[in-house]
Design a protein around this ligand. Sequence first.
Ligand code: ATP
Length: 296
Amino acid sequence: MELSTTTPAKINLSLRLTGKRSDGYNNIETVFMPLFGLVDTVRVKEVKGDGITVKCDVPGVPEDSENLCWKAATRFAENSGVTACWHVEIKKNIPVAAGLGGGSSDAAAVISLLNEMYDKPLNENTLHCLASGIGADVAFFLEPAPAIGKGRGDELETVECAMDLPLVLINPGVPVSAAWAYTNCYTAYNDEMPTADDVAHQLLEGGSTAAISGMLRNDLEPAIARKYLIVNVIKEFLAEKGCSASLVSGSGPTVFGLCSSVSQAQRIQADAEAYFGESFSFWSGLAPGNCNPHSA
Ligand code: ATP
């Protein structure tokens, strides 16, 4: 048996640190937005004999027990009692270590595919616990849809989203470790700033992109922009080209710019490609863009 699926990237429209936890993680409050136009493809194949092997088409991504897909398959076997006998193939389109959740998304796809392959031995709650144990963002990708994430980001509340946001993404091709970003963040929590609930309310009401623009906030951004100065150059570029706002996504360094239309986003992408060159990567389109590929 063999199953495959596409699995999306995400951006964080808002990411606020709300306090340190006893387990060493930060409590956060975030608004996740899936990007169904920017996806990896994950294939899981039953093989003869025991064990898990992983193949990824991007050099540098681990293919051993460090790959989040390997961890996901191992946890699935432990929780379901099914003997692991799988080969996982990952075709990456989502830039790696970019704040776009690529590894977490791949891991969630493996969990969903294996649960489907063996006629759903694990219920939703178990899938959620299993996903959260692999990484804070993995649970979001089990049913990717606009959502508020609290706690480590894994206490999820789906947001009805009445609008599609035209976006352009610029990734400078410098990997940033999420652990580094959280450790070096120095932004103080500020009660007066718009909350994740405020952003979610705008999405629900189908407010204007201008209204959303005024609410974008990522507490990790100042530390990331101080170390990776290119982030400031990208933000200036996006402002000059007419984006109403821009923000580092997650732990960076990808920056997304909010546009007034997809055609404007495409024009800015073309200008960015000419200006920044081949070592960067780019994407433009709508968020969330279309339906959840897992349930299509
Ligand atoms: P997040 O936004 O969830 O913090 P990210 O987009 O910043 O994640 P990933 O692309 O998930 O980062 O990669 C983070 C690290 O995880 C990389 O350095 C990579 O070596 C490792 N990794 C493990 N499995 C994968 C995978 N399937 N795809 C990409 N990276 C992976």
